[in-house]
Ligand binder design. Structure first.
Ligand code: ZN
Ligand code: ZN
Ligand code: FE
Length: 738
């Protein structure tokens, strides 16, 4: 069996099947997966083979079952679990998994040994990646090493018939980690969960040590508590994630079947769900139609929710811009100004992992932030890359994540954040070493972005290995092709890549592109007519600057003066005219920013990346608009000026205007892409780039692309978190081209 079959209870599962079928032989881990030797009646062997994939344990993913004859051995009398063969580091580490139903029942059962024990887990659930310090994966090389098993736990651990057989983090109240509640560095007497619950119900803010880092929690139904949390974190608008039981989620959201199954996956990601039913404080996600919810994913979180009986805010515990705190002392120091109390425990976090963030669009699930529960899952490289060498791809500057390829698999690392921030940069460097060790990776080649100013690019160039520089939006295109298993010789695809910023091959900044190409190369067949980024970096934070330059270009200077009379327009216009700090950009993201500002949907200065785009999407959501604003398309250049003029003359509500914006933009880009397919130059259309996280835009594009094969992102982020996968594929394709 190949796939995610190690460290997930696969060997005892096979042992159980073999005993059921009366087979003799053995099962072991080897460098490629799990190897089974079985002998017995033909029919029983067939049943075993069928059951291997069909009945696999919850955390397993079986990519392939390859069967062949075995002559058997003399003297076999039973079926055994054999010691592992030579190490095969690349497949041995599984992602962290949410508490399974059996363990949940156990912590709620008064008669059970683990009643109310916050660190209960088994082979089918519990921490993995966040506790591993080295390979091979066994207890001695995890942060559970300081907790010797008691006799009862040891017996469970050694029994192949027990669901805790070889569960490395196995623990109980006698031998395992302990949680406590503290204020001002002093532990309070009593049960941690009960004390924390009382504090939360009194409106206090509590730091909670989770799997991949500390969270800040408060009562999500208490508007004062939420406001206090926002004020202390100096985070005015960015949505806060929530956790609650299924009943709580259902009471406040509209949850479709696909969303329920995503919430209930062992990865337990944050899922963006439409607000519905009982109203929660607006301050949780100002102006948003959706709230991010996750189910409790550790026993500690379950116990807390059980006691407080209401949803909790569960937002990452960090100083603004910095990565989440993971150490107890680090949390005491950094979160003292935020939290009234702390739920601590004495199991160390080996590796910082944010919560994953995902959503379901009409076209399926979409990962926005790939982290806890998803990494270090691997994905198979597309056909034609089976023999690709080992590549290390460094990713971009924002939403940094690296990618490693080896043995036909790609390991896309977890979301690290913005590399400008010193501590995030440290985390990035640590991740490079960490993944190299875990994956036993020795790259023959390094892939980087074209942008020399990216720290990731500089670090890649300094490695002294063959270097491949990959254009940013080509990497986005290759990423979505790769995720969809597009064969290396599968022909060209036309990619609509709508993004924030990325350096183009002509030295201007791209971000609203139509690229025709494959893994090995591309040409630019369409783009948004460039406008200056007035003030350079300032244009990425201040939406009004993008409104100004676009209005001016449309001949609507007077309207700009009315809309933003209080801004330093003359100064900015002078700088733009002189070409000072005003690089040209075809960025779709900045056009979204400018239009959201003009509609009054986004503040002039945004408090988090993507704020304006999210506001524009939220305003347009659910409005059935069939006519879009006119975007002029000539020679592949999409000019938004006519749409600004049409909007200025019309009298429509902001929501309708936003919907018409999505519709018009989609029609223009889809038109160019369709033409490439119709002319036989491309075999499919691919959608990528950060702007593609917008479900309204995605739906409009899919409508305009009906009848054409379309490749979409699902498990790999459309934003720069998925960039490294594309970089790796482009590098592999270029390096091996005949
Ligand atoms: Zn379990
Ligand atoms: Zn124990
Ligand atoms: Fe990008």
């Amino acid at each position: 069996m190949r796939g995610q079959v190690q460290g997930v209870g696969f060997r005892p599962f096979v042992w159980g099947l073999a005993r059921r079928e009366g087979l003799v032989g053995r099962v072991l881990n080897d460098s490629e997966g799990v190897l089974v030797y079985a002998a017995g009646p033909e029919a029983a062997l067939d049943r075993l083979e069928a059951a291997l994939a069909a009945e696999a344990p919850p955390l397993a993913r079986v990519d392939a079952v390859e069967a062949g004859p075995w002559d058997g051995e003399a003297g076999l009398s039973g079926f055994e679990i054999a010691a592992s063969g030579p190490a095969g580091a690349e497949t041995r580490v599984a992602p962290d998994a949410a508490t399974c139903p059996a363990c949940l029942a156990e912590i709620r059962d008064e008669r059970a040994r683990r009643y109310r024990y916050p660190f209960t887990n088994c082979t089918h659930c519990g921490p993995r990646f966040t506790i591993i310090e080295g390979l091979p994966y066994d207890r001695a090389k995890t942060t559970m090493a300081p907790f010797p098993m008691c006799a009862d736990c040891r017996a469970e651990y050694a029994d192949p018939g027990d669901r805790r057989f070889h569960a490395q983090p196995i623990a109980c109240p006698v031998c395992g980690p302990r949680a406590w509640f503290e204020r001002d560095g002093r532990e309070e007497a009593g049960e941690a969960v009960a004390l924390a619950a009382a504090a939360l119900m009194a409106g206090e803010i509590v730091a909670v040590k989770g799997l991949g880092g500390f969270h800040l929690a408060c009562d999500a139904t208490n508007a004062d508590a939420v406001a206090r949390l926002r004020a202390r974190k100096r985070r005015p608008a960015k949505p806060l994630a929530l956790t609650g039981s299924e009943a709580m989620i259902a009471a406040h959201s509209e949850v479709g079947a696909e969303e329920w199954s995503l919430l209930r996956e062992p990865a337990a990601p944050i899922v963006l769900l439409a607000k519905a039913g009982a109203v929660l404080p607006e301050a949780l996600a100002p102006g948003q139609a959706r709230l991010g919810w996750m189910l409790p994913y550790t026993p500690l979180h379950h116990l807390l929710i059980d006691v407080v009986g209401r949803p909790l805010v569960m937002t990452s515990g960090n100083l603004s811009g910095e990565p989440q705190a993971i150490g107890n002392d680090e949390a005491r120091e950094k979160l003292a100004g935020f939290a009234d109390g702390f739920v601590m425990h004495d199991r160390a976090i080996a590796r910082r992992l944010d919560d994953s963030v995902e959503r379901v669009t009409p076209a399926g699930p979409m990962v926005l932030r790939r982290a806890r529960g998803r990494v270090p899952g691997t994905l198979p490289l597309p056909p034609g890359f089976e023999d690709a060498g080992q590549v290390l791809a460094m990713g971009g500057q924002m939403k940094a994540a690296i990618c490693l390829t080896k043995n036909g698999q790609a390991l896309l690392g977890h979301h690290l954040g913005e590399l400008d921030e010193a501590l995030t940069w440290e985390a990035y460097e640590a991740a490079l070493a960490d993944y190299a060790a875990l994956f036993d990776h020795h790259p023959a080649m390094v892939a980087v972005d074209l942008h020399e100013g990216y720290r990731a690019t500089q670090a890649g160039a300094a490695m002294g290995l063959p270097l491949v520089r990959v254009q940013h939006h080509h990497a986005h295109l290759a990423s979505v092709m790769g995720e969809n298993g597009w064969a290396r010789d599968g022909g060209k695809v036309v990619g609509i890549v709508l993004d924030g910023l990325g350096l183009g091959v002509d030295g201007t900044i791209w971000g609203g592109e139509v690229l025709l190409g494959d893994y090995a190369g591309f040409e630019r067949v369409g783009w948004l007519k460039p406008a200056p980024l007035a003030g350079g970096d300032a244009a990425n934070r201040e939406s009004w600057r993008n409104a100004l330059v676009r209005l001016d270009k449309a001949g609507l200077g007077e309207l700009a003066e009315r809309l933003m009379a209080e801004r330093p327009l003359a100064l900015v216009r002078q700088a733009v005219a002189a070409g000072m700090n005003a690089p040209l950009s075809s960025s779709a993201g900045r056009l979204f920013d400018g239009f959201a500002f003009a509609l009054g949907l986004a503040p002039g200065r945004m408090s988090f990346e993507g704020q304006a785009g999210m506001a524009l999407e939220a305003a347009a959501e659910g409005l059935a608009v069939t006519e879009g604003w006119p975007f002029e398309v000539a020679g592949g250049v999409i000019d938004p000026a006519p749409m600004w003029r049409a909007w200025a003359e019309a009298d429509v509500a902001p929501g309708v205007a936003a919907a018409m914006f999505h519709e018009g933009l989609a029609a223009a880009f889809a038109g160019i892409a369709r033409a490439e397919v119709a002319a036989g130059r491309a075999r499919a259309v691919a959608l990528s780039g950060g702007v593609m996280q917008n479900a309204v835009l995605q739906a409009a594009l899919l409508r305009h692309l009906e009848g054409v094969p379309v490749l979409l992102h699902h498990g790999v982020p459309a934003n720069d978190g998925g960039l490294a996968l594309g970089q790796a594929l482009v590098a592999a394709a270029g390096a091996e081209a005949p």
